[in-house]
Design a protein around this ligand. Sequence first.
Ligand code: ZN
Length: 69
Amino acid sequence: MRLYQYKCAQCDKEIELLVRDGEIPTCPSCGSKDLERQVGRFAALSGSSASGGDMPPSCGCGPGCCGMN
Ligand SMILES: [Zn+2]
């Protein structure tokens, strides 16, 4: 399972979902399957990290990435 960020095309809500390979996620708000996966945030992480290096690999992509705050 992986954590993806989606934007719902029906209710225009941005959501984060854990999705199994091959599984089609549905919007928890309106139940639509018409979700757009947002990938820009991950693609933007290229090259420039020289800091501590003890962030967990599943996190550290920025504020609000895991919805834990
Ligand atoms: Zn929705």
